[in-house]
Design a protein around this ligand. Sequence first.
Ligand code: XIL
Length: 300
Amino acid sequence: MRGRFYGAAVRADHILQDADYRAALVRECLVLVPELVLKWAHVEPQEGNRNFQDMDVIAALAFQSKLKLRGHTLLWHKSVPVWAEQRLTADRGWAPIESHIEATVTRYDGVVGEWDVVNEPIDPWLRSDGLREGIFLQAFDEKYIHRALRQARKLAPKSHLLINEYGLEYDDDADRKRRFHFLKLLERLCYADVPLDGVGLQSHLELEKGPFRENVYARFLQQIADLGLKITITELDVKEWDYTLSVERRDQRAADAVRALLSVVRDQPALRGITSWGLIDRYSWLGVTASDLARYPNAW
Ligand code: XIL
């Protein structure tokens, strides 16, 4: 693959049901990312009873159409099967994680070229080191990140290995804290010689958040690059805010937010490419929420 890539998160059911969508994916994308079906709770709802059928649908399309795949994601606190959570709580053993990573990475060896090995390890609010409280940290402390990356590297030595994180774009208190703790984590991982190739910056933009400051964001990207890590924008999309505006104005605002981000990102040599979280609005995970409805009761 030359230059930088564009791709999108996809769902197996949409690929099977919607030929226009399938054609659009092949036309627009160089990389596909499974939105749901490679997450641990989806793959292994019961111990040892793995369902890779849905991921195979996506892998087949990628294979036929010569597209690349990013494996999303091996470890995410929001997708731990109940049985695994119980086991990890009971004996703090690595075995369930080991066999999950081994089965998943091995199955798509040579097909998935990059892995979101750990998703969303940061939570800036509870602990002084900014690591997310949860079952992985409780059982193994920060070493769970080291172990997962080392295991992934061993199984897939040629794959690009990432840590993926959200909430890093804006110059507000929460994002500032998350950026700080994320960079500290990356520094520690690099210092410990953990096999990490790059970071995934999810980039779920939100129009009620702000401000977005180009110089602040550019500095953050450069700090990542200075650690020798590559950068991928992994889940780009825009959550709207004011639904009373005309469709044109709303589209304009979303486009402006994306343009502001991309104008910084494209100047960073460490950028590999961008995947958006879905290709079309029809299938976006970002619907109108109950709080949107309450905020603008007359908008619909
Ligand atoms: C989301 C999916 O888009 C939703 O359909 C699902 O209900 C929950 O997960 N960050 C991530 C993604 O890393 O895996 C999440 O995907 C969105 C936030």
